[in-house]
Design a protein around this ligand. Sequence first.
Ligand SMILES: Nc1ncnc2c1ncn2[C@@H]1O[C@H](COP(=O)(O)OP(=O)(O)OP(=O)(O)O)[C@@H](O)[C@H]1O
Length: 495
Amino acid sequence: MAMEGKAESLTLTERIRVNGVPTESSLASNGTLRWKGSDGGERCLTVESEVLGFEAEGLRITVRAFVGAFKGVSCGGGSFGKRTRRDYVLELPTEEAAIRWSERLRDCINSLGRPKMLFIIVNPFGGKKCGRTIFHNEVKPLLAAADIPYTMQETKHQLHAQEIAYSLDLLKYDGIVCVSGDGVLVEVLNGLLQREDWDAAIKVPLGIIPAGSGNGMAKSLLDSVGDLYSVCNATFAVIRGYKRSLDITTVLQGEMKFFSILMLTWGLVADIDIESEKYRWMGSARFDFYSLLRVMNLRRYHGHVQFVPAPGYESYGEPVKQDSSCMGKTILTEQGQINNAKVQSCGYLGPVASLDGLEWRSIDGPFVSVWINNVPWAGEDAMLAPEAKFSDGCLDAVIIRECPKSALLALMLKMSDGSYVKSPYVTYLKVKAFRLEPGQRVGNPSKGGIVDSDGEVIARGDRANDAKHQDNLMSYGPPIQMTVDPGLATIFSPR
Ligand SMILES: Nc1ncnc2c1ncn2[C@@H]1O[C@H](COP(=O)(O)OP(=O)(O)OP(=O)(O)O)[C@@H](O)[C@H]1O
């Protein structure tokens, strides 16, 4: 019969065939489908966490699922490990029953708030230049199975994603998804925040499907719920439509401004990231090779950092006298440029909270490395900020000053799981705002370092190469300030 009991009045029950095997089966109002397998063991599928979509034809309903590799052995929640696509063909006894079950499945899916239309940006040149293949072979089939229509656009040049986000008709879409590395996602964010309607635009959910060489955001999102890092899992997170809010950091120097969601690095880590570019032909071995080289020929940089400590971190550094806080309120009124494109005066200006009256503290150099993070993972195998949270309104600062080379090598080997932060040479603290005043190399005053935000070189202190790098957004030397707007953006996230 079709319906059962009072408590279960909304549970549909039928004797049906599942993949050809006759069985008693039920479909609860919460979207849990249960039946018995040919071995008598209980099977179940949960619409919210395992079903992409379905197709109904006559007495047949084909449920398109994305299930854990061991699915079929037993029911139950927990981590899904590696998932695979699997179809379950349900054969209902009557047309009325088939209609009831289809309507139930449709209602369940519709109640989940999944995106109905997406704009997808694919970078065919990111990482190993696989963006297009990843989209066609892995992303597209899952979207098709979930019946989610989309408009896809490939990026044709640097900053193209930023231009697209700046002018896109956002009312047509329930999300903008980047099949790329972190760089394109950051371009989209900057494009949205330059818009006249930035406050509405920034509410559009963003999605990231990893296809670059730096995929820290995708890794951070998947890892936060114990999901395996994979293109399919990242795609499924977008399809399920669950979202979380994300802190936006305004990186500011005078009139120049950049919006960041990942990190800012200076010193050792930035040098390795950027200077190892010339060894790209080595593949990922370039990082190991160049890290070793840099540690052996260790550079230290003069400079100062100032910060507003988050609660619990007030004892770090030394107090700063109020009048030496150099930027104060200017953030509220200045307009900036992003990659030399003038920001509209109506674009986002930065957090509205004043920095006046806050208790700033400071640490003086020389420094080996300074990096400030918004999310735990900087790349798929580098957990630089194990305590970082997506929307706690804080940045996680990691500071290394003096450190013997052997200890530095040892701690770099422990970056893949974040345990390096336990080293006595590492200062790890949460801050509400941060200022970096980067100086020249110890023993070589004509050379400065590199300041890198989300993979973008924003300032470079190598005077010999100044002419070559005039297009950098900011100057090397004057303070660069970072302030956080808690949870300003929204990102598709696995639950
Ligand atoms: N068609 C294109 N040709 C060249 N560069 C492009 C193109 N489309 C996008 N880009 C640029 O590629 C850069 C890297 O993009 P993406 O975020 O996909 O990868 P990444 O992992 O951050 O970097 P990379 O793979 O270059 O190390 C961005 O700066 C972006 O502007």
